[in-house]
Design a protein around this ligand. Structure first.
Ligand code: DMJ
Length: 456
């Protein structure tokens, strides 16, 4: 937001007051994406003399945030020990390690989306440990995919490698696993990450996507990505969850903008109906299955990325609509509140940190056309928690190839300038100028979607 003095104040406050030496049991995934990610992001900005955000210097800065990130990551490491598969435990006590009564079951997203933060940390410190354990977890999960469909389930036993949750979908338990395969590739240029992502994307299209072929130019059936059994590809239920609304944003990053437009429109129709996204929406019953809305960012995130890709003012309209419903239904005396029930509009005394780091940030950036971020080309990428990290030579050390397991040829590493196929910060170049304004709005198509969600 260009507010250097507040940034400097906040960094100082964190350095002076935060300690991870606490007898506290945390979720490895949440601590990584929320805490480790924000420390690394701020450190990267502070130490980059060429960053475009104004005066971000911290007087006498001595890499304190990096040291804190290191300290936290070391406290998370016990989660990766004593697991037969290499897939980490879901929780760890910051002082005592894995609790004795710890659960052996974890979700795919929780265990398999640590690579961006752990990889950055490793490459900044020159210590491969963190990337090594995170990468081992991704590969272990990947190797457990079904021979038949190539899909992964949503819950796995970390000792036996047995799938406890056989549901394959794009929402809770799976979402960021896919996101981080692509984002790890963008950051580190390791070809195996792109290969896994491409395979996964193909399997998603083959087994999860319903609706007639393409939705080109707003014709055809709206796409719906359903939850299926990972081994058979059979439909498991008739709901989609609000976390899945991140997927159009990911599709923008890989250039599948037209499918992204169609899927986003479906979620927007649900938002229009309730002024929020219910946690689960049953597309058969046209009603919420789970009715709360904890101020999640996914729809705004996709809206922002689609606006960057198309520059179609429709997305400003969507953003305004979302902003107005947040103001109307969730504003509370000291912040914004989780909606306990999207129909009754009752509130809970709870505001998740992702409301600030993602929901508000993406809304702000959507309308801030002149933000330096938008003028820096492909230099920055968002982590799954909305923290910005630079796509940087620093993270592409070719020596790394010798240290990481299973890598043979350092010549295989992809250089940043080869990343043309993945124009990650915005894919506007992929949509021809003259079509940008036309893309999202075919009224018969929108009507079809409105009907599907019971709006009309
Ligand atoms: C965020 O914490 C992250 O985006 C995560 O990957 C899943 N979704 C939540 C917010 O809904």
């Amino acid at each position: 937001m260009g507010n250097s003095s507040e940034f400097q104040k906040a960094v100082k406050l964190v350095i002076d007051t935060v300690s991870f030496d606490k007898d506290s049991t945390v979720q490895v995934f949440e601590a990584t994406i929320r805490v480790l990610g924000s420390l690394l992001s701020a450190h990267i900005i502070i130490t980059d003399t060429k960053q475009p955000f104004g005066d971000m210097t911290i007087k006498d800065y001595d890499n304190e945030l990096l040291h804190m990130a290191h300290d936290l990551a070391v406290r998370l490491l016990p989660a990766f020990e004593n697991t037969k598969t290499g897939i980490p435990y879901p929780r760890v006590n910051l002082k005592k390690g894995v609790p004795p009564d710890s659960n052996n079951e974890t979700c795919t997203a929780g265990a398999g989306s640590l690579l961006v933060e752990f990889g950055i940390l490793s490459r900044l410190l020159g210590d491969s440990t963190f990337e090594w354990v995170a990468r081992r977890a991704v590969k272990a999960l990947w190797n457990l995919r079904s021979n038949n469909t190539g899909l992964l389930g949503n819950v796995v036993n970390i000792q036996t490698g047995h799938w406890v949750g056989k549901q394959s979908g794009l929402g809770a338990g799976s979402d960021s696993f896919y996101e981080y395969l692509l984002k790890s590739y963008i950051l580190f240029g390791e070809r195996e990450d792109l290969e896994m992502f491409s395979d996964a994307y193909r399997n998603i299209q083959n087994h999860l996507r319903r609706g007639r072929e393409a939705c080109n130019e707003g014709e055809g059936d709206p796409p719906l990505y359903v939850n299926v059994n990972m081994f058979t590809g059979q439909l498991m239920n008739t709901w989609i969850d609000s976390l899945q609304a991140f997927f159009p944003g990911l599709q923008v990053l890989i250039g599948d903008v037209e499918d992204a437009i169609c899927l986003h429109a479906f979620y927007y129709a649900i938002w229009k109906r309730y002024g929020a996204l219910p946690e689960r929406y049953n597309w058969q019953l046209q009603a919420p299955d789970v009715s709360f809305y904890p101020l999640r960012p996914e729809l705004v995130e996709s809206t922002y990325l689609l606006y960057q890709a198309t520059k179609n003012p429709f997305y400003l309209h969507v953003g305004m609509d979302i902003l107005q419903s947040l103001e109307k239904y969730t504003k509370a005396k000291c912040g914004y509140a989780t909606l306990h029930h999207v129909v009754e509009k009752t509130k809970e005394d709870r505001m998740e940190s992702f409301f600030l780091s993602e929901t508000c940030k993406y809304l702000y950036l959507l309308f801030d056309e002149e933000n330096p971020l938008h003028k820096s080309g492909n230099k920055y990428m968002f982590t799954t928690e909305g923290h910005i990290v630079s796509v940087d030579e620093r993270f592409r050390n070719s020596l790394w190839q010798d240290i990481l397991p299973g890598e043979e040829d350092s010549a295989e590493k992809i250089k940043p300038h080869e990343l043309k196929a993945v124009n990650f910060s915005s894919n506007c170049n992929r949509v021809p100028e003259e079509r940008r304004y036309l893309l999202p709005l075919k009224s018969n198509y929108m009507r079809q979607i409105d009907q599907m969600v019971g709006l009309i």
